[in-house]
Design a binder for this molecule. Structure first.
Ligand code: COI
Length: 355
């Protein structure tokens, strides 16, 4: 382990693991947690000694600030087990950097690299039996930070808790995803918090997504707040469009999350000789392309699902079905990326980090 992963942590372990009570073939995404959790409190302007304890509730005051003003951020990461039972993280440096960018935007303190990386490495090492091999199995890692100061004054909290919890997951299959292109609602605005992984960004999506679900669509494709003419994200993911043999995805901005799956797919695609254009993607060009048969694929890209293919979209009350393609870029890129993550092929990018 590097010096950034060996920080001293107070460790209290469970007396008996609950792992034998878990049916790893029947996991609902994000509903089962491992035996232990990590946390570290920020008090009087500094991070205190971190702890690993049994996974258990936090007891907090009802006026705890996170409940009132939503000062909360998180990350989503995964760990994978290879054929030799070694456990690997995928680009944890990127999650760490993004976490602290989110923290800055939400007026929260930066988490020290030692705290973040030691927490990840030592917690996963203790619960490594929970990382299953093969078939898309992984350990979903949820680092998060909440405001733990008390009182209902609308100011940044003086205290925070940074924590990490772990959830074993199976490959995420979302089925045929039909999406509604947003014509009224937005997930983010210029100058807002869309680029941060702030909890409120997700809560704000629930209502428009519920309305879309009621009309038979699983997700919303979010458009820019000012004109609703630019296609920006899909559900909780970044989004890619394939017209002919070029992949298009929107540039990151105040409104768009700098997705780690997104940036990895762009690099893999370019490395495979696939033409990728990072530029604003307009609703009207996608409607035009589906009408003239050049729109081949749309897929969401994120940590949880990796790639989630979209089979059709609705815009201005017209539903457009996408053709079935033989040589799907989405399927090909997902296979490449998950093979790198699971150490089934050589990681020529240097993205994987051993626990
Ligand atoms: C991701 O896939 O990257 C996510 O953030 C999903 C999470 C909101 C469940």
């Amino acid at each position: 382990m590097s010096s950034k992963t060996t920080m001293e942590i107070d460790i209290r372990k469970v007396s008996a693991s609950k792992i034998n009570t878990i049916d790893f073939d029947k996991l609902t995404f994000g509903a089962t947690f491992t035996d232990h959790m990590f946390f570290c409190d920020y008090v009087d302007g500094k991070w205190q000694k971190p702890q690993i304890t049994p996974y258990e509730p936090f007891t907090v005051d009802p006026s705890t600030m996170v409940f009132h003003y939503g000062q909360a951020i998180f990350e989503g990461m995964k760990a994978y087990k290879d054929e030799n039972d070694d456990v690997w993280l995928f680009r944890p440096d990127q999650n760490f950097e993004r976490f602290n960018k989110s923290a800055e935007r939400m007026a929260m303190p930066a988490v020290d690299e030692d705290v973040f990386m030691s927490g990840l490495h030592q917690l996963i090492n203790i619960d490594k039996n929970w990382v299953q091999k093969g078939n898309g199995s992984a350990l979903y890692i949820r680092p998060f930070m909440i405001a733990t100061g008390t009182g209902v004054m609308a100011t940044p909290s003086p205290r925070y808790r940074f924590a990490i919890i772990l959830s074993p997951v199976k490959s995420y299959y979302s089925g045929d995803v039909k999406v509604l292109i947003a014509e009224h609602y937005s997930r983010a605005a210029n100058g807002g918090i869309g680029a941060a992984k702030a909890a409120g960004n997700y809560a704000g999506q629930f209502y428009p997504t519920k309305l879309a679900n009621e009309q038979g669509f699983q997700q919303v494709i979010w458009t820019d707040d000012a004109t609703h003419t630019k296609l920006e994200e899909a559900g909780t993911m970044n989004v890619f469009f394939r017209i002919n043999d070029t992949l298009y995805t929107a540039p990151t901005s105040d409104r768009i999350l700098d997705g780690i799956t997104r940036k990895s797919l762009i690099e893999i695609a370019q490395n495979e000789g696939i033409n990728v254009e990072v530029r604003p993607v307009l609703v009207h060009e996608i409607v035009e392309a589906v009408k003239n048969g050049t729109l081949k694929e749309i897929f969401g890209a994120g940590t949880a699902a990796v790639i989630s293919p979209i089979c059709g979209f609705s815009y201005k009350d017209v539903y457009y079905e996408l053709p079935k393609v033989e040589n799907s870029f989405g399927i090909h890129l997902k296979e490449k990326l998950t093979n790198i993550q699971n150490k089934l092929i050589e990681d020529t990018f240097g993205w994987t980090v051993k626990i």
